[in-house]
Design a protein. Structure first.
Length: 306
């Protein structure tokens, strides 16, 4: 097993300290893990190496990761089944966050489905495939402009999720790919504990949103923290990383951890070596002159997902 046990006092620093989602009794380390990369190519079907996929999850948990992001539409079903195979019965401190609101087509497409039947079915799929009686956190994933949000009403699907919460099938609710207006509307229906949107060192369209959520004590969980399907590529980032003796991915993650205390990281990887590298990013401190250099990357980047 790994030398980093979850209860080890130095782990708080190693994994970026902790954050407690509103209304939740168990804090999570700010450095978590996103499981989307565990399905097959195109987030479809079985992984090329199922043993390696399970090893990544077990390594993450052994290193103290207690926040895992997933969805039953990864695979579909496959990623949740791998999580269950690798980790069930789950450690008491583990928080698994899933999302509903989309359905995969046979052509591997991602289609919105926020109908009552679709959402209810998705919650039951997640419960069954993860092997739990209640889901810790369910994000309503709005399809908007796929990787960027678009305004539109959210009350109806959230009312469905709030009913499932009242039935005890969901403990907490969040939103993904959402605008500040949609979060405000959602808060009239139910408590929102986290927002999961596209954000990274190069794509900072949500800067003001991050700060507003921090003031409310709500977690902001960036998806594509490393750039996602097209991992971040920047000569400025590479130069900064070289000057610190770190990798570009570690600098990208360290920047997010330093950006705001309510940022929870869920970098995705299918590789134990990359996972190790990513977790080590939490012990990297970026000095002010480095932060200034990284600001240039955002200024030069082409907006993504909008
Ligand atoms: N709410 C949403 O709509 C939404 C959308 C997308 C993702 N998500 C969630 O967010 C999580 C993170 O996003 P993501 O996985 O799509 O993208 P990401 O974390 O930005 O990047 C993942 C990519 O980076 C590579 N990578 C990871 N660590 C690396 C390292 N140290 N060195 C080099 N390459 C590295 C991975 O390849 P390897 O496998 O080879 O390491 C993979 O190709 C997902 O896992 C998922 O849980 C949510």
């Amino acid at each position: 097993m790994e030398n980093l046990a979850p209860s080890h006092p130095s782990n708080a620093a190693v994994l970026g300290g902790t954050f407690t989602l509103p209304g939740m009794s168990k804090p999570v380390h700010r450095m978590g893990y996103g499981a989307m990369q565990l399905a097959g190519p195109g987030v479809w079907g079985a992984p090329r190496d199922p043993d390696a996929a399970r090893a990544v999850l077990r390594h993450a948990v052994a290193a103290g990761v207690n926040h895992i992001d997933t969805s039953d539409f990864y695979g579909p079903h496959v990623t949740n089944q791998i999580i269950k195979e690798a980790l069930h019965p789950y450690p008491a401190d583990l928080v698994i966050v899933t999302k509903v609101g989309a359905r995969r087509g046979e052509d591997k497409s991602w289609n919105p489905d926020i109908s009552r039947e679709g959402l209810t079915g998705a919650v039951h799929d997640n419960l069954r495939n993860l092997g739990v009686d209640a889901l810790d956190v369910v994000n309503l994933r709005l399809m908007g402009k796929i990787h960027g949000p678009a305004e539109g009403p959210v009350a109806e699907p959230l009312a469905v999720l709030a009913e499932l919460k009242a039935q005890g099938l969901i403990r907490h609710i969040g939103l993904s790919n959402a605008t500040p207006t949609q979060v405000k509307e959602a808060q009239t229906i139910t408590e929102i504990v986290c927002v999961q949107n596209l954000y990274n060192v190069a794509h900072r369209e949500d800067d003001a949103f991050v700060d507003d959520l921090a003031r409310q004590g709500i977690a902001y969980v960036p998806f594509f923290p490393l750039g996602g399907f097209t991992p971040l590529q920047s000569s400025d980032l590479d130069a900064v990383a070289a000057s610190l003796g770190a990798t570009s991915m570690q600098v990208a993650l360290a920047w997010l951890l330093q950006r705001a205390p309510n940022l929870l990281l869920i970098p995705g990887t299918s590789s134990v070596a990359h996972l190790r590298e990513n977790l080590q990013a939490a012990s990297l401190t970026l000095p002010p002159e480095v932060l200034a250099k990284l600001d240039a990357i955002a200024a030069e980047a082409v907006p993504q997902g909008h």
